[in-house]
Structure formats: C-alpha cells, structure tokens
Ligand binder design. Structure first.
Ligand code: GDP
Ligand code: ZN
Length: 302
C-alpha cells in the first residue's frame, strides 16, 4: 500500500493511508541504508508499506521526494536534517504584537523557503493588536503573498484557508504568535491547546513529535512545527544568498559585475534600487547580517 508519513514517535513511523493510521517499522534492507543517512524518513514522505494487521505495518520503500525543507542536524551540523518532505509551501507566521514583528527572523524564514524552492506566504497574526502593514510592505514588494489574520477575531482566516487548499504547507514561526490558535480557527475540531506554556510542555515531553502533519480537509495538509524556533539555514551560502532574495535576484542582471554581492560594488542595481527606495532597507540590512552569519557558521563547521 502507498501512504504518507504523518508523525515519527520514538522508533515508530506513523503512516496514513486511506484515512487509517499505521504504526510502521522498516524492512531490514532499509535499516542497513540507515547507516548512510541520519533518518530514513521525514514527515511528508511517501512510502510503500505492507500492513501487518492491528494497525501496524512494515515500510518497504521510501518514494523519491519532490521537495524537502532542511536544516543542519543539531548534533552533527555537517549533516542534513530533513524537517519535512514533499512540501509545497512555507507559511511564515508572525504576530503584529506580543511578540512584536522580528523582521530578521522573517527574512531567515524566507531564505529557508527559497533555498528549498518553496513558495512562501507570510501570515501576520494578532492583527487586532497593532497595524504593521507598512512594516510588511517590503514582502509584498518582493513578491510574497501576505495574509493579515486575527485568530481571536476570525479576521483573514478564510483568506488563509484559501491559500492552504490543495497543498502541503509547513507552518513556521516563533512560539506565542498564535499558530495553534490559527489552526483551531481554521478547524475548530482540532482543539489544539494554546498559550506559550502548553507549547513548551508539549515540546519538552515528546521531543520526537515536534513535527506532525495534520489533514484539515482532503488535500489541505499542514505540517506544524512547534519547537522549531531556531534553525540553521541548509542550502544557503554567503555566495548564493543573493539569489534567495527575489527582489535582488530580479535586479542582478543590471549590476556591472556578474558576481556582485550587492554590498559595496559600483554600478550595483540593488544598491541603486535601495537608494531609490525600491528595495527595503531592512531587507538589505538583514541580507548583510545573514550573509555574515553564514560565513561565520561555515568556518565553524569546517
Ligand atoms: P503558538 O505558540 O504560536 O501556537 O501560539 P498560541 O496559539 O498558543 O497563542 C499564544 C497566545 O496568543 C494565546 O494566549 C492566544 O490566545 C493569543 N492569540 C493567538 N492569536 C491571537 C490573535 O489573533 N489576537 C490576539 N489578541 N491574541 C491572540
Ligand atoms: Zn549588485
């Protein structure tokens, strides 16, 4: 049977197929391959498995991934850790206040999404508390879609739901911005606990279930990532970072130097656009900061 990995709990891989869940182990030949990679499957992977009765099964094969969202493994940073597989889009959730907008965190998330080749949507929640439309306009200018929501008032929820339909989305954002509240607003029957404290306990208690897939309705699948607050940027380097800022990438053909870093060069189209107010100062400053961080991290990993 064909199925999809919804959760990984300890040694068991929870596979969903035809509305049923199967707690699966790996076939021996797959276990041997495990020596080469840290983990054989990630949430979102499609697998071929053999049901063995009473809701259990054996995974025979992991099908090729269409996309993957990764970070550096926390313990062995040279290794890739796939956070989620076969994802269509990254939904970056932040709040207008409490906690307030943190633009560099948003920029690190867009870079993560771009490096994985995913569409990025920015969801600004707690819109009832503050008006941050001006602060997020750079993202619209860069080509990202921005959805303003208030999970408590219900504002923007149906718009967000439209964005989530017929896709696999990863929800990513700091704790306390309202990710659980948004999921509950989208689908009240989920009944997720809300409030910073409950998130922390959840993360602490089941360290292996920090990523899980939730089917909101057929075709609308969300991968929730409580506890993925801090991550490293897999696939981004000081050299390719400029390609991961779409509003820089679209201008780079007009720079005089082909390898222009858009930081100090003469006749740089990005710096010119910055001066003209067409590229946001915050995006450019954060680009420089992330670039320096990546160079530093690379030296540490070597
Ligand atoms: P998570 O950690 O991202 O899952 O955040 P939660 O959903 O647990 O929400 C954190 C806190 O923010 C809770 O006390 C929620 O009631 C509150 N909250 C969530 N969404 C909104 C909103 O749109 N407006 C306001 N004012 N508070 C919200
Ligand atoms: Zn340039």
């Amino acid at each position: 049977m064909k199925g999809r990995v919804y959760r990984i709990v300890g040694n068991s891989t929870i596979v969903q197929s035809g509305g049923e869940e199967y707690s699966c182990q790996f076939r021996g030949k797959l276990k041997r391959e495990k020596k080469k990679t840290l983990r054989l499957v990630a949430v979102g992977d499609e697998v071929e498995f053999q049901p063995s009765g009473s809701g259990e099964g054996i995974i025979e094969e992991v099908l090729p991934r269409k996309t993957k969202l990764s970070r550096h493994d926390s313990f062995r940073p040279r290794y890739e850790q796939v956070i989620a597989a076969n994802v269509d889009q990254l939904v970056i959730v932040h709040s207008a206040a409490d906690p307030g907008l943190n633009l560099i965190t948003i920029d690190r998330c867009t870079v993560m999404g771009e490096a994985a080749g995913l569409d990025c949507v920015l969801c600004i929640n707690k819109n009832d508390l503050a008006d941050v439309r001006a602060a997020v306009s750079p993202y619209e200018a860069a080509g990202y879609s921005v959805v303003m929501t208030s999970a408590t008032e219900g504002e923007g929820i149906s718009l967000l739901k439209d964005r989530l339909r017929d896709r696999i989305s990863v929800l990513l954002g700091p704790s306390g911005v309202g990710k659980s509240s948004i999921l509950n607003a989208i689908s009240p029957e989920l009944g997720l606990k809300t409030g910073v404290v409950s998130r922390k306990t959840r993360e602490g208690r089941h360290t292996t279930t920090w990523v899980e897939m939730i089917e909101i309705e057929p075709g609308m699948e969300i991968i929730d990532t409580p506890g993925l607050e801090f991550f490293t940027l897999w696939g981004a380097t000081p050299e390719n970072l400029r390609e991961l800022f779409p509003e820089f990438f679209s201008r780079q053909g007009d720079c005089r130097y082909r390898n222009c870093s858009h930081t100090k060069e003469n006749h740089c189209a990005v710096l010119a656009a910055l001066e003209a107010g067409e590229v946001a100062r915050s995006r450019h400053e954060n680009y420089r900061t992330i670039r320096e961080d990546l160079a530093l991290k690379r030296d540490q990993i070597r």
